[in-house]
Design a protein around this ligand. Structure first.
Ligand code: MF3
Ligand code: CO
Ligand code: CO
Length: 287
């Protein structure tokens, strides 16, 4: 229901007529609200213009991770990775979102072995057998793209290699649940089932998130859950899925630096992340 008529100025501040702006989307959402029986926040679905911007930012994020993948090897420091990411990002007219975010001191997160996420680059040297997550977020023309990948240094143990593979499978299975009218619970459930059936645990203190106009938007995207529960997925929602999978306990501890999250038992942790758009029929991986 809207109190605006077709020729009124849209509520969103664009200055356009309602019928040329948000009218169609409002009708679409209110039909869904009638079906599900609760209010859906109006800003959860991006406009086509916003999607275009987010897609470009995500493409750059993907390229930055490709660049890191070409250079990362035993012997480099996480500070060097930080420099590569920072310079490549600004050379492409973008800004590294982590830098200064809530006081985060660097331009990328680098999380090694038992670090779950939010590792701060420093003079640590990557060594043979390490598993390393590099998490890149860039801001291009005001739009955010967020993704991370694992990199295996030299010869790693079978348990490390298996963990990295299974955590990627968890991301892929989560993504396959993305389509209109599925819920966030369907995504979390698929991830949790796969990880736990193989004896791994799923970190619940951190999750994915809406992304695009801000770094971290609503909704929180849990990587555990029950089918059919949680927020409903609608076309042009954009959010990350970024499961963190542990060999031992799922519990996290934050170090004195207030950022670095580690497993409480020192067991290995692995994570993969994409930014996803809900399409009319399924998903688009933007990163
Ligand atoms: N990129 C991380 C995520 O996927 C967030 C990092 S926040 C930072 O949500 F401040 F540590 F960079
Ligand atoms: Co994220
Ligand atoms: Co990220």
């Amino acid at each position: 229901m809207s109190i605006l008529s077709r020729n009124d100025i849209c509520w969103c501040g664009s200055g356009k007529k309602y019928k040329k702006c948000h009218m169609e989307q409002d009708i679409f959402i209110s039909n869904i609200e009638q079906k599900v029986g609760y209010k859906i926040p109006r800003d959860i679905m991006k406009t086509e213009e916003q999607i275009d911007g987010i897609r470009k930012s995500c493409k750059l994020t993907h390229e930055i991770l490709d660049m890191v993948g070409e250079r990362i090897k035993v012997g480099v420091t996480t500070n060097e990775i930080n420099t590569w990411v920072h310079e490549y990002t600004v050379e492409h007219n973008a800004y590294p979102a982590p830098l200064g975010y809530g006081g985060f001191p660097k331009s990328v997160c680098t999380s090694i072995n038992d670090v779950i996420c939010h590792g701060i680059p420093d003079d640590t040297v990557l060594k043979d057998g390490d598993i390393v997550n590099v998490d890149v977020t860039c801001i291009l023309d005001g739009y955010y793209g967020d993704a991370n990948r694992m990199f295996i240094m030299g010869e790693a143990s079978k348990e490390a290699i298996d963990l990295v593979r299974v955590s990627k499978e968890c991301l892929d299975l989560g993504i396959q649940q993305v389509k209109p009218y599925n819920t966030l619970g369907d995504i979390g459930n698929a991830i949790q089932q796969h990880a736990e059936s193989l004896g791994y645990s799923v970190v619940y203190d951190y999750g994915g998130h809406g992304v695009g106009l801000e770094f971290h938007e609503e909704p929180f995207v849990p990587h555990i859950g029950k089918k059919g529960e949680g927020t409903i997925l609608l076309p042009n929602m954009t959010f990350t899925i970024e499961p963190m999978i542990n060999i031992g306990s799922p519990e996290a501890d934050v170090l004195e630096d207030d950022w670095t999250a580690v497993t409480i038992d020192g067991s290995l942790s692995s994570q993969w992340e994409h930014t996803i758009r809900v399409t009319e029929t399924g998903y688009e991986i933007l990163t």
